[in-house]
Each structure stands twice: as structure tokens, then as C-alpha cells.
Design a protein around this ligand. Structure first.
Ligand code: FES
Length: 227
């Protein structure tokens, strides 16, 4: 099997494709394939040239940290939760997320996700009791990994713009529902940075590894349920 990886040495250098052979198990995840290439046979590419190890991020290797988000065969996924046996064809194409600046190879700078929360003072503050009927969706929204996959597929999201994407909408829901004294203020930042410009493609929900029903957060915020 061939593994084609879009690589980049530094944030300012030109990206380039490099191809490796993979003859490991089909039960491996894409994260396992990257480890295999990095630590098997001295990272030699298909031309027999010894290359450098591929830079990528991981922490948990079990789908709960979001660090390994990347684009595999054109689909934004978590590398540790995507298995070779489930991919079609004899080639795996891997590239970094396209909506964030590349730092090196498959490592991107996703700090804008946190910066957007800081810019808008979006924090829960003091937890207030909330009706039991809200708890199930609060739990679902709180599962967000901040992996950036929802932003990768969003037709409206551009890194650095004032539209902050689905990850922000779910945090708005949590802030408003867990502390209703902030609900009016949260409604304003939600409208300005998400609600007024979301075109409802809802592709964010398709790719979300935690299957967060963002549309429910939107519905509750759009009808000002917390004010
Ligand atoms: S390494 Fe944590 S989600 Fe993949």
C-alpha cells in the first residue's frame, strides 16, 4: 500500500508530497501507519531515500483528545479512529487540516479556537442550577474536543475571520445554559460570531467525532431559551 503525505518543513516553506510504502496490518489506524513509517526501516520513502520523521500530533490515541485531526483521503477525521481496513483503494492520502496555518507536516496551529473564546469573554463563570431537561444536551455539547474538524468542512469558516464556527456555537450554548445571568450577553456574541452567518450546511455535525448535535445548541440559542 502507498501512503502519500503532504509535508511542509516550516510555516513559510512550500508544501510537497512524499510517498512511502506501508506493508503493515490493515487493522492499524492511520495514526499507527504514521508511527510505522516514522519508526520502521528508518523512514525511507518509495524512492529509497532516507527521509525525516513525519511531524504529527497525538496524545490519547483513543479518540478523546482531538490532537490527531487531519484529512485522510479527502475526509477530515481523527487519525487514531480511522482504520486502514475501512479505507478504499490502495493508496492513503494524508494532508493537514486546511483551515489552519501549518507549522510542520501534519501539525497545524489551532490556537484561534481558544483565542476566539478569549476575545469574546466566553466563559461559564459561576455555575447556576439548570433544569434537568437541559442536562442531556449540556453533556453532549461539553464533549467538544476542540479538534477543528467542524471548521475544516464549514463553508463559512475562514481562520482569523469574525465567524467562529460550530465549536463556538456549542460553547455559547454551554455558557448561556449553565449561567443564565450571562445569557443576554452570550446571545449578542453568538449572533455576531455565529448565528447571523451560519448557512446551515450542517456538515459540521457529519464530521464531528463526538457526534455533537450542534443544531440543538443553535435551536436553543436562536429562540433565546435562556433569557
Ligand atoms: S490522539 Fe487523541 S484523538 Fe487521536
Amino acid at each position: 500500500m502507498r501512503v502519500k503525505i503532504l509535508r511542509q518543513k516550516t510555516p513559510d516553506s512550500e508544501p510537497y508530497w512524499e510517498v512511502f510504502d506501508y506493508d503493515g496490518s490493515a487493522d492499524n489506524s492511520v495514526a499507527g501507519v504514521l508511527e510505522y513509517i516514522n519508526y520502521h526501516d528508518d523512514t525511507v520513502n518509495v524512492d529509497g531515500v532516507r527521509s525525516t520523521r513525519i511531524a504529527w500530533e497525538c496524545s490519547c490515541l483513543q479518540g478523546v483528545c482531538g490532537a490527531c485531526a487531519m484529512v485522510v483521503n479527502g475526509v477530515p477525521v481523527l487519525a487514531c479512529e480511522t482504520f486502514v481496513r475501512d479505507l478504499k483503494g490502495r493508496e492513503i492520502e494524508i494532508r493537514p487540516l486546511r483551515k489552519f496555518p501549518v507549522l510542520r507536516d501534519l501539525v497545524v496551529d489551532r490556537s484561534s479556537i481558544q483565542e476566539n473564546l478569549m476575545k469574546t469573554d466566553l466563559y461559564i463563570g459561576e455555575y447556576r442550577p439548570s433544569p434537568e431537561e437541559d442536562h442531556a444536551h449540556q453533556y453532549a455539547a461539553a464533549k467538544c474536543l476542540k479538534c477543528g474538524l467542524c471548521l475544516e468542512v464549514c463553508p463559512n469558516y475562514v481562520d482569523g475571520s469574525h465567524f467562529f464556527g460550530a465549536v463556538f456555537a456549542n460553547d455559547c450554548y454551554l455558557a448561556a445554559s449553565r449561567n443564565r445571568t450571562r445569557a443576554k450577553e452570550v446571545a449578542g456574541v453568538y449572533a455576531g460570531h455565529f448565528g447571523n452567518e451560519c448557512s446551515k450546511s450542517l456538515s459540521c455535525m457529519e464530521v464531528c467525532p463526538m457526534k455533537i448535535p450542534t443544531i440543538a445548541s443553535m435551536a436553543k440559542l436562536n429562540r433565546n431559551k435562556f433569557r
